[in-house]
Every structure is written in C-alpha cells, then in structure tokens.
Design a protein around this ligand. Structure first.
Ligand code: SAM
Length: 254
C-alpha cells in the first residue's frame, strides 16, 4: 500500500520533489552537529537524500522506508550505508544501536508505535529529531499543496489529522508520552522549487498525498489542473518557489 502511494514514480520523486528538502536536511544536521562517529538512523528515509548528506558529514548511516522503489534509489545513492525496506513501527536493529535518529516529515500523530521503536534503538541519552508540518494553509507557498485537496473529503480530513504534531505543545507532549525529554522546538527552512508548471505538476504527482488525489480525479486531470494552478504563479526568469511552514523537534531519550 505504502509503495503504491510513494514509490510509483520513485525516480520523479527523487529528482523533482526531494531536492527541495535539502535546506531542511542541512539545517537539521547542522543543528544536531552531525559528524564522524555519529551512528545515525533516518526513519521513513524515502529515496535517501538526507542520508547521503549525513554520510558526507562523516556519520555512519542507516535508513528504513516501507517503499521498496524509494529504497532502491537510496541504496544506489549510498551503497556503503545500511539501508533497508521495512516498517518503522518495528525497527530491525538492536537496542541502543544509534546515537541519533532523524525523521523528516515521516512521523505523524497517528504513528506512536514508530516513536516507541525509535526509542528502543537509540542509546540512552541519544537524540531523536523530527520535522512536522506547521500551518500549511497559512504558509506563503500554500497554493503549492492545493492539489492534495483534490482527494476525497475523507482523505483530506485524514491528512489534516496526520499533521496535528505541528501545533504548539502537541509535539512536545507526544515526545514526552513516548519516553523522550523534549529539548527544543524550532522553525525549519522549507521551500519548494520547480523550474516551470510542467515540472511542478510532475513532481507533485510523484508524492504520496497526490496519489489519493490522482485516484479521485484521474492522472490527466490532475496534471492539467496542476499546470493551470502553477501558471498563475510563474515569475519571469525565476523558478516557481513557495515557503511552507515546518517545525523541528529534538527529544532526548530518557
Ligand atoms: C512524507 S514522506 C518523507 C520521506 C523522506 N523522509 C523525505 O524527506 O523525503 C513519508 C515517507 O514515509 C514512508 N512510510 C510510510 N509508512 C511507513 C512505515 N510504516 N515504515 C517506514 N516508512 C514508511 C513513505 O514510504 C514515505 O517515503
């Protein structure tokens, strides 16, 4: 099911959608001071750009994602890292195997088992850093996520429930309830960038939430409507660009 949503256009995701996230990855790795000697796991690692960047900083990296087609790309990018297809709710590593676990938009209010599992594989005093959406609707780049609303009413409601962790106090309570001392909450730079309306439509179509919209209205209409939407935001000589509010949390394993 997960691979059908996230892996169906894995190469498009890795080359058109994921690169925009590089600011988020660099910002978080810098904040955590990732460097050589760190044993790092990225949970829900997608096609693995964050892992590739952490390895460049010298960390010993592992990653897991439920989409085998995204993991094939992550493994191709980082052959020296321990990257596996699997379920983050039941991590296949020993207790205390990592100093740091990251998860970039991979943890939701609906995934408490994943946080328990992350706590188990972290060494005592190890840090867990996650990013979660803030107020997407009020973000300057809100228009860029409009295609996700073209799913059914029930699916759109479910997407809203999944992103509750961004609200002040909710993420801290979630970490505290799952064995972490919440250390800090901070805004994380996040910008989507696309060369033109066509690449925007193609990049958006490669994401999991778009899959629900595509099922609802069909691929051709999704593409045509996304191109039309982006046409209204073209700026001469500049890429399409939009900021979406994103928060980061760091918790320390008790
Ligand atoms: C919003 S994407 C984030 C991907 C990646 N962290 C990034 O920055 O691009 C969510 C990811 O969670 C993965 N996923 C969903 N459920 C999962 C599970 N139970 N175990 C592992 N990965 C899962 C999806 O395949 C997808 O790659």
């Amino acid at each position: 099911m997960v691979d059908e949503g996230w892996g169906r256009r894995a190469a498009d995701f890795a080359t058109l959608s994921e690169p925009s996230n590089c600011r988020e990855y660099v910002f978080m790795h810098e904040r955590l001071g990732i460097g050589s000697g760190d044993r790092l796991l990225d949970a829900a690692c997608g096609s693995g750009l964050a892992l590739e960047l952490a390895a460049i900083r010298g960390a010993t990296c592992a990653g897991i994602d439920a989409s085998h087609r995204l993991i094939a790309i992550a493994q191709d990018r980082s052959p020296a890292s321990d990257i596996r297809v699997g379920d983050m709710n039941d991590l296949p590593w020993n207790d205390g195997a990592f100093d740091v676990v990251t998860s970039f938009r991979g943890i939701w209010g609906t995934t408490p088992d994943a946080v328990n599992s992350i706590g188990r594989v972290l060494a005592p005093g190890g840090r867990f850093a996650m990013t979660v959406w803030g107020n997407v609707g009020k973000s300057p780049g809100a228009w860029m996520f409009q295609p996700f609303q073209w799913a059914t009413e029930e699916q759109v409601e479910n997407q809203a429930n999944m992103v509750s962790l961004g609200r002040p106090g909710v993420g801290e309570a979630f970490l505290d309830d799952h064995g972490f001392d919440p250390e800090e909450r901070f805004e994380v730079p996040f910008f989507l960038e696309y060369a033109d309306p066509e690449s925007y439509a193609r990049g958006m179509a490669s994401t999991g939430p778009a899959y629900e919209a595509i099922q609802s209205i069909g691929p051709d209409k999704f593409h045509a409507d996304a191109v039309a939407l982006a046409n209204d935001h073209v700026r001469s000589g500049l890429p399409l660009r939009g900021q979406i509010q994103l928060f980061g949390y760091v918790g320390v394993k008790r």
